[in-house]
Design a protein around this ligand. Sequence first.
Ligand code: TYD
Length: 221
Amino acid sequence: MTDRQRPGWFITLEGGEGAGKTTAIQQLTEYLNTRGLDVVVTREPGGIPIAEQIRHIILDPSHTTMDARTEALLYAAARRQHLVEKVIPALEKGAVVLCDRFVDSSLAYQGHARGLGMEAVWEINRFAIHDTMPDVTFWLDIEPEIGLGRIAANHTREFNRLDQEQLAFHQAVREGYVQLAELHEERIVRIDANQSSECIMSQMFDILYERTQDFMVRTCK
Ligand code: TYD
């Protein structure tokens, strides 16, 4: 599914709420920058103006009547625009793209937790993605009780519509990720997010080093 013909490297981070993706992305960026790599940090839904506007619609807490299929289609639409405007051009220039969430989020949240079915959600996303898949996906796995506790304690984080979901929804999201990690074990790397930040980062660095060695040798300035 990945296209190793492209010059860049596409890395995505996944996980339930409060898994620590933001901190991990900051530290990964430093790690890659110090190796002289050109790093593009971005997020889904969002990352470019059109997709940020779609994000606003999807996550607005007042949009309580949003239909599950509408939600899935909006995430896929934001993904498409973000890919063509930002991710693919960066990969073509040889950058490392670090993206906070990608298609696995739709499969776990809309496909599994919302009950639309992973296959149905994959179909619309296949249309949106058109073969651009990550080289490596880090799944920061956290028990939902712990993750939700962390975000409740973080008063600077914006409150969004999906935060209104009950614990059972977040548990279903985690089950979705479990299934995805089993299905795509060559791409998705599970990291226990209930460890110290040092342990989490050293595991991620080791994996990146192992998987991207040729790439780094080729591109490091
Ligand atoms: P965000 O505030 O970015 O959450 P987080 O910090 O946990 O990434 O909000 C994104 C929300 O959208 C989050 O609850 C996960 C959800 N989401 C989906 O349900 N499907 C998707 O395809 C994506 C990209 C995100």
